[in-house]
Write a new protein. Structure first.
Lengths: 353, 290
């Protein structure tokens, strides 16, 4: 096909091999991946495409870089301690002077405080999600939902400040004393008098509860909103009350989505640093496991000690803590996204009615 | 049932109201002019301020914005344009992962990446760490906003012969701009409130004062580049970091300043969040009325 040239500048570039990239048979319609790239580049968008691809690759490189630098930095500690670093021990060490470290009390501290937060925050968050998604009067929905999300906007260090001077003395100490005097007599988990300052794993767990409620309730609310209306209508048409609809139809339907929300909240609770560091009391070898005693988490140990760590082993041990944290939250995030994705697929395919 | 669930909702709001009221009450007491204009004074002396932290916060946040906004928006352009390519899927996955990494681990990464090779703590390292925290928010909101732009707009532009970059920057970006700016404001609010990544990237500096660095640089006949790198390569302080340090000290005047800093930071963060959501709300109302 020949085009009559109108002027030099406006002569369109018709590739010699015909449209479709020129390599292989020209197929009308769909372009193969390599042909699409070549077509893009031919139109002079080389720089733009390369730049945005480079930025995308940069994101991936950052993620990989974090994992890699944690791996590298912890080499000395991994070589010296191997798996015994994270293994359960009865006698714990966290000894920068003699370079002996066991991370087990820190791991249990992290898991305990996070677990307390999850156990307390999940029911509250699910109730909030039910209220905002189903039962709330329409006019109040936006303001109330917004206010719950504002809780997530408060900086962690402000939570910590309020925690030390207000929440611990006013709430945690009385609750701790009550638990210690009643359950603490026969359950080791609640044993021992709580310090007068209130600094304890319980305090950290309670503050974490407050901090993850917005996350878990927001995702749960999205799950409930995504359940197809037909489910509700079918239940109501069969004579179910509002509560029966919620508890017997909606909750089971959205259960895996709520599980995803809980896992996301757990991930946040595991990685939370400042508020926990300020209220947990910093005792990295406290081995009784009691909630009422001061302890430490992996994040709080890093925050407290890294700037002053002198020996190579100490620094390396702290970076290994960072490696464990990174691995944990990575796995949790993958699991949570997978669950939420599975729920959304189920709603998309299951809405045929 | 309404009663029970409504009760829990209000119950969850109690800590928020409590924190806001308490921080405001405590913080207002220490709010005065010298708080904003002076460096920390020695213990026992009156009229100290937190100018080092205020300037440091602005500096670190600026560096973080300059890094994260271009990178985030360009990556969002790629993800919005090619969502189903391997790289597009990987970018979305990487963004999710980055948003879940604990902020202290990001601080460790900033230390390993910049502080250790350079040999000193700096605002640059802090800015890089905060930018890693800001990027996922910016990518997510920008990508959502770009996807909301009608496909016909993009196709019309390309059909008229505009190259891809012009379509993106001059057609699609202005169409999505209010959402993108909302995302940037939310990311800034989050970045300003972060402490853990700054613990060992900027370290803290009671004597940090940009005006002084610039003045001595000018007197010493340094070039703009040298003065600039001088400002960026010192240990710095931020409001959140100084607040944390002061909260650990047993001196009432330090603790009072911590409360006032908490008030300033919380006010900024809450105002930014409210503004961002108001913008979205007004936008939706305008759209709804069309």
């Amino acid at each position: 096909m020949e085009l009559a040239p109108t002027s030099r500048e406006s002569q369109p570039q018709v590739p010699a091999g015909g449209l479709g990239g020129g390599s292989g048979l020209p197929r009308p319609g769909r372009l193969g991946p390599g042909q699409r790239l070549r077509k893009t580049l031919r139109h002079g968008d080389l720089i733009w495409t390369l730049v945005i691809m480079a930025m995308a690759v940069l994101i991936l490189a950052t993620m990989a870089g974090i994992g890699w630098s944690m791996w590298q930095g912890s080499a000395a500690s991994r070589m010296k301690f191997g798996l015994s670093f994270i293994a359960p021990v009865t006698e714990a060490f966290w000894d920068p002077v003699n370079d002996r470290f066991t991370a087990w009390p820190l791991i249990t501290g992290t898991l305990t405080t996070a677990l307390v937060a999850i156990v307390l925050a999940t029911p509250v968050s699910v109730f909030i999600a039910i209220f905002l998604a189903e039962l709330c009067p329409n006019r109040l929905r936006a303001p109330l939902g917004f206010t719950v999300e504002m809780l997530a906007a408060v900086p962690s260090v402000v939570f910590g400040l309020w925690g030390i001077f207000v929440f611990l003395p006013t709430v945690v100490v009385p609750v701790g004393r009550l638990l210690g005097s009643t359950l603490g007599q026969f359950i080791p988990l609640f044993q021992g008098p709580i310090p007068a300052s209130g600094m304890s794993r319980l305090g950290a767990g309670l503050i974490l509860t407050i901090m993850i409620i917005p996350t878990v309730s927001a995702v749960s609310r999205d799950v409930f909103t995504a359940i197809p209306r037909t489910q509700r209508e079918a239940a109501l048409a069969l004579g179910a009350t509002r509560w029966e609809t919620i508890s017997q139809i909606l909750l089971p339907y959205g259960l895996s989505g709520i599980l995803g929300a809980v896992i996301l909240g757990l991930g946040r609770a595991l990685g939370e640093t400042m508020a926990v560091t300020m209220v947990i009391g910093n005792n990295p070898v406290e081995s009784s496991g009691s909630l009422l005693k001061p302890g430490a988490t992996m994040a709080s140990a890093i925050a407290n000690e890294f700037a002053e760590a002198v020996s190579q082993q100490h620094t390396s041990a702290l970076i290994e803590l960072g490696l464990v944290l990174f691995g944990m939250t990575l796995l949790l995030n993958i699991a949570a996204r997978f669950l939420v994705w599975r729920v959304s697929r189920r709603f998309a395919t299951g809405a045929q009615s | 049932m309404i009663g029970l669930t409504a009760f829990f909702t209000v119950f969850a709001l109690i800590p928020l109201v409590w924190i806001i009221l308490y921080v405001t009450k405590q913080g207002l007491a220490g709010l005065n002019v010298s708080f904003f204009t002076r460096l920390p004074a020695a213990l026992g002396q009156l009229n100290g301020g937190v100018l080092n932290a205020i300037e440091g916060t602005i500096l670190v946040t600026l560096v973080a914005i300059l890094i994260s906004v271009p990178v985030g928006m360009l990556a969002a352009f790629y993800a919005a344009r090619s969502p189903n390519t391997p790289l597009g899927i990987a970018v979305r996955f990487g963004t999710d992962v980055l948003s879940g990494v604990p902020s202290i681990v990001i601080g460790l990464f900033g230390y390993a990446l910049i502080v250790k090779p350079q040999g000193h703590y700096s605002a640059l390292a802090g800015g890089v760490a905060i930018s890693i925290i800001m990027v996922p928010t910016i990518i997510r909101t920008s990508e959502e906003m770009l996807k909301l732009v009608p496909g016909t707009l993009r196709e019309a532009s390309l059909g008229l012969g505009a190259p891809e970059w012009k379509t993106a920057l001059q057609i699609m970006l202005p169409a999505a701009i209010s959402g993108v700016i909302t995302g940037i404001i939310l990311a800034i609010a989050r970045g300003v409130g972060e402490t853990a990544p700054l613990l060992f990237t900027v370290l803290g500096n009671d004597r940090f004062e940009i005006g002084q660095i610039v003045r001595s640089g000018v007197q010493g006949r340094q070039s703009v580049g040298q003065i600039g790198s001088g400002v960026l390569s010192q240990p710095t302080d931020t409001l959140t970091l100084l607040m944390y340090r002061y909260s650990q000290q047993p001196y009432p005047e330090r603790v009072q300043q911590a409360w006032t800093m908490a008030f300033v930071v919380m006010l900024f963060v809450l105002l930014a969040n409210v503004t961002a959501r108001l913008v979205v709300y007004w936008q939706q109302r305008r759209m709804g009325k069309l």
